[in-house]
Design a protein around this ligand. Structure first.
Ligand code: FAD
Length: 467
């Protein structure tokens, strides 16, 4: 349905995944939307270096719900090329693979190329007459010196697309309100901090990541060299390799490891030795020369967690997505959470009948606990992926957790299920429920071990007595 047009104009800073969804959502509410993006239109780029630019994302229930909430048909179009991953495939050092399903009901998280998803969303923006996108403009400054305290935003024309005369020229615009979706190093957030007593924290994780690439196999009939419906993990305690499937039969693989270790692997010999020792089966798929090349030449990227509070200044500016909360990628929730931000915000704008100050204030107050919760969960999941999945205790607890879910249904949901497949449960409630369940599981575990110890004691006593 055509929305009732509204007279207020909104500027969205950043045409990444979350900025695009925010643009679609606010246009659907009837606002006139202008998006500003400092890069060039990615659809104009003639070459995309797959090895360096193709981070794969797992889209899960929260992300899909947020897309559906804007427009079901749009959501279907945008997600048409996802590959479901129904569980993890654990690769041990000898190359043995163990499959661990995510849920009892065949639930899946879905692999999609980030650049591809961004382009699909940009294509959707073009379908709306209420949305305009300006590329090559970088937010430099923001204040609230406009009419009625409206935000004024100052952009610099980025060099790449500037013509010689206008290079670096500052452009100023005034809007009724601004949504900052400009990523982890958000300039909007930085500007906002001058007007809001904002708590802010930033923490680098001692973890570096490097992209690798597993090409499709040679067979014309079946292109995948690994199970296509699994998220593959080579967990090695302090470091790990993962791989997510692509539609063309390839896999995007990522190495995660401490900085010291990663930087110490600085010669061909060291890289070969390290990979042959730890990831022999992966090397066979990637190719030895390709591993060396990737490890020595691909960018070594850092992982940063940021959090802040509040997220808004009156009804004039609000930040969403990584701009408000960047997290480590180990729960596959960064974008899903950013999409959920937009859905929650839109619901509040409707609830407050377009009175933005109340809507934005309520968003800040109610959303904080959920954002803090998912940042913590994401951080903790590194140990689960790189270490715990290797342990027997983890496997036993997983089975017990699944059994309880089978017995009690919705009343007992494993944490991963709540976070990834039940977007109707708030992140903060996922943590609360899982703490109670975890305690009960521990009691059960003690009971099982206690029973085991008691039986062992009885058996030993019987043997000793017989003597
Ligand atoms: P961004 O994607 O960073 O977009 C910000 C946009 O703003 C960019 O286009 C940028 O050019 C633009 N911009 C920046 N500054 C300015 C400025 N001053 N002026 C104008 N424009 C500006 N999430 C998941 O949900 N599932 C996953 O499986 C997953 N895996 C990940 C794996 C890795 C290795 C990493 C690093 C992240 C992963 N994430 C995942 C997280 C996900 O990529 C991010 O949460 C998501 O991209 C955030 O989107 P965003 O739009 O908020 O920010």
């Amino acid at each position: 349905d055509e929305p009732e047009p509204r007279k207020e104009k909104v500027a969205i800073v950043g045409a990444g995944l979350v900025g695009c969804l925010a643009a679609l959502s606010f246009a659907r509410l009837g606002y006139k939307v202008t998006l500003y993006e400092y890069r060039d239109d990615p659809r104009n780029e003639t070459t995309v270096d797959r090895n360096l630019r193709s981070i794969n994302l797992a889209v899960s229930d929260r992300g899909i719900r947020a897309l559906n909430a804007v427009d079901l048909e749009m959501s279907i179009r945008v997600l048409k090329n996802i590959l479901p991953m129904r569980g993890r495939m654990i690769h041990d050092v000898d190359g043995h693979q163990t499959s661990m399903k995510y849920g009892l009901h065949n639930e899946a998280i879905n692999s999609i190329d980030r650049a591809y998803l961004n382009i699909e969303l940009l294509n959707e923006l073009d379908r709306h007459k209420n949305i305009k996108v300006n590329y090559g403009l970088k937010l430099m400054k923001m204040d609230f010196s406009g009419k009625n305290g409206n935000p004024r935003i100052y952009f610099e024309k980025t060099k790449k697309v500037a013509n010689t005369l206008e290079e670096n020229a500052i452009r100023t615009f005034e809007y009724n309100f601004v949504i900052g979706a400009d990523g982890a190093y958000s300039a909007t957030r930085f500007q906002l901090q001058k007007f809001v007593r904002m708590d802010f924290s930033q923490e680098y994780m001692d973890c570096c990541y490097i992209e690798l690439y597993i090409p499709p196999g040679a067979s014309k009939k079946y292109k995948f060299q690994l199970h296509p419906n699994r998220l593959h993990i080579w967990p090695r305690n302090k470091f790990m390799l993962i791989a997510l499937p692509n539609f063309d039969g390839s896999f995007t693989s990522t190495f995660f490891g401490p900085w010291d270790l990663t930087e110490s692997l600085d010669t061909r010999e060291k890289v070969i030795d390290f990979f042959q020792t730890n990831f022999k089966d992966a090397v066979d798929l990637i190719g030895l020369e390709q591993v060396v090349e990737a490890f020595l030449t691909h960018p070594k990227c850092s992982l940063v967690c940021t959090s802040c509070f509040p997220y808004n200044y009156k009804g004039k500016c609000i930040i969403v997505g990584d701009a408000a909360h960047s997290m480590v990628p180990f729960y596959g929730q960064g974008m899903n959470c950013g999409f959920e931000d937009v859905r929650v915000l839109v619901e509040l704008v409707k609830k407050h009948e377009y009175e933005l100050e109340s809507a934005f204030n309520e968003y800040s107050v109610t959303r904080q606990q959920d954002l803090d919760a998912i940042i913590t969960l994401a951080r903790n999941n590194y140990t689960e992926m790189s270490h715990n999945v290797n342990t027997t205790r983890y496997a036993v607890r997983k089975k017990m957790d699944a059994a309880m879910h089978l017995i009690f249904g919705d009343k007992w949901l494993p944490l991963y299920t709540m976070v990834s497949f039940r977007g109707d449960i708030r992140y903060s409630d996922c943590i609360k429920r899982s703490k109670v369940q975890g305690w009960l599981l521990s009691q059960l575990e003690l009971g099982v071990y206690g029973l085991g110890a008691w039986l062992a004691f009885k058996a030993i006593r019987a043997v000793v007595r017989d003597r």
